[in-house]
Write a protein that binds this ligand. Structure first.
Ligand code: ADP
Ligand code: MG
Length: 248
């Protein structure tokens, strides 16, 4: 088991955010987290990334507790935190710089794959929201860690770019088989990408349901027309509907 989260609780002042979260990600697995906004998905990622620590429970990577330890996972936060004084290319290689020698060639190839080759010397202020997301995404991909935590990585993209990025992520993942934990608001996105989906309740948050996604890989857009896909989408929608008073 790569990542194991056991009975984690987290409270901020009076707000009980995570009441009892247990979940796991196996080696090479693609797992999605789906839950109402404010349910603590980003909080959970901050816990895994060592930015904050749990009040109770344990978070382990390869059977070792990692509370408060940063740099062990590839992490793309919900707000792409790019350094304004660094160019796109300099932002992308940042994590590699911290751990040794950056591979400029590899970074440039990634920028090309996501259509940012002409922007490698641009500064973040010159980029759209979606472009910044792509930069932050590549930075996480280049981090060389076995677990990637992506917090709504495609939410600022238009529908067309989004589908392309999803397909592209799947092809990259199928080639590399890093483990991915992926937060999304989109039921379709979770079903399209993941092996398993954890559905979260509203706050105080627990795991409501674990769903095994049965679709064969490689997957493509034809899945959107699949009857079982449609059926599962409805089923998950109904599960989430009960949690909706915070908005989805
Ligand atoms: P989600 O990502 O599921 O939308 P968040 O994890 O961002 O939810 O937030 C969950 C709740 O925790 C929110 O009510 C938010 O205001 C609160 N929260 C998150 N981080 C902090 C913090 N550092 N201090 C205080 N409250 C926080
Ligand atoms: Mg969030």
């Amino acid at each position: 088991m790569l990542l194991t989260i056991e009975q984690v609780k987290k409270q901020f002042a009076e707000t009980e955010v995570l009441r009892d979260i247990s979940l796991h990600v196996e080696e090479g697995e693609f797992v999605a987290l789906l839950g109402p906004s404010g349910s603590g998905k980003s909080t959970l990622f901050n816990l895994i990334g060592g930015i904050i620590e749990p009040d109770e429970g344990t978070i382990s990577l390869n059977n070792k507790i990692i509370h408060g330890e940063r740099g062990l996972i590839g992490y793309m936060p919900q707000q792409p935190s790019l350094f304004p004084w660094r160019t796109v290319l300099e932002n992308v290689v940042l994590v590699q710089e911290l751990s040794g020698k950056p591979n400029i060639q590899e970074a440039k190839e990634w920028l090309k794959k996501v259509g940012l080759e002409e922007f490698e010397n641009a500064y973040p202020i010159e980029l759209s929201g979606g472009m910044k997301q792509r930069v932050a995404f590549i930075r996480a991909m280049l981090s060389k860690q076995n677990l990637l935590c992506l917090d709504e990585p495609f939410s600022a993209l238009d529908e067309f770019t989004r589908i392309n990025m999803q397909k592209w992520l799947l092809s990259v993942w199928e080639a590399n088989r890093k483990s991915i934990l992926f937060v999304t608001h989109s039921i379709e996105e979770a079903l399209f990408l993941a092996d398993r989906i954890y559905i979260l309740t509203k706050r105080p948050t627990m795991v409501k349901e674990e769903i095994i996604v049965p679709f064969k890989r490689p997957r493509d857009e034809s899945l959107f027309n699949n009857e079982e896909f449609f059926h599962m989408k409805q089923e998950i929608f109904n599960l989430l509907k009960d949690e909706l008073d915070e908005g989805l």
